[in-house]
Design a protein around this ligand. Sequence first.
Ligand code: GLA
Length: 378
Amino acid sequence: MYPKKPPMGFNTWNTFAQNISDEMIRETADAMVEKGLLKAGYEYLVIDDCWSERQRDPETGRIVPDPVKFPNGMKAVSDYVHSKGLKFGMYSCAGTRTCADFPGSYDHEFLDAKTFAEYGADFLKYDFCYTPMTIEGPLLYRRISMALRNCGRDILLSACNWGRDSVHDWIRSTGAGMYRSTGDIFDNFVSFRDIFVSQIDNFKFSAPGCFNDIDMLTVGMRNRGNVAASGCTDLEYRTEFALWCMFGCPLMLGCDLRNIDDTMLSLVTNPYLLRINQDEDARTPFAVRRSEDNLQNIYVRLLSNNEVAIMFVNLGEKKNDHMWFMLEEIGFTSSSGKGLQLTNAFTGKDEGVIRDYLRQPIDAHDCAVFIGKEVDVK
Ligand code: GLA
């Protein structure tokens, strides 16, 4: 499957890990519809690791869903997810075992792809643990990709090799629709900061067809669940979500959607941030200001319809009162007669027209995001 926009959805790993079940998936599907998440674009409901029995069926060679967690089998779960208008995602691994030590798909790629197609899967996250030394990573992804192309169902391949082997150089050629470029996220500021900063120079490899995936969001987790690690403040969750949106990353939610609070729900359904993330032109932002440590930068991203997105972000530890750029630096010369009509992406407030520069003081860990409409200023 060739995604034209960054895929959006939910994945079980961040909160639930092995604590997944038929019931919890159905409740999550209900929540995604009732809370307006599907309407906002979150369409994939993905079951991560720990869904199967420890061994394959010795007779058929197939992976078997855990009968305690999924007593009705996977097709029933998938049917329920589809009945809600959502898409269904599964998980496997390029090695002999998954990262949590369940059967992996190595040397069973075509059989497993067939099994996932029979479940009605629309998405497959494909991990990289326990891979054999004798075969190179790109070939492992080509194998599962070929298996999915030939399984009779349109299934998005979500590669997850954590950025190994300069993955950005070759992953698009395998047929994957998104690719994890970093190690696992944890629910704190330092984790998402370092993950983001590590990819600043690699977002240019992200484009329609194959998007750089910097991991499932921890937004709204509030330090509960599998990757809990002291949690983030509301302001930090806002910065995390805004970065993922600005850089066109897949938006896979990882908190417990059944009890997401109103502040976090309105953040992840913010129409301005989602409009930036899902912009059909899918252009890479450029930096108009870059600090030496890359922590206090200003980014601009050209959007469709003569709009631009602007982000001031301060991932440092001190307030910065001197973040500014000139419109000259985005290409509006002083003789252009052009300026930007700004809308604040967090509040939706019209912030007026700027014609020469924009300056914003930004607190530590905070950011400001605007959508600017290109307008005449004469
Ligand atoms: C790896 C992946 C995670 C998750 C776990 C499951 O660590 O990077 O996202 O899928 O495996 O075991």
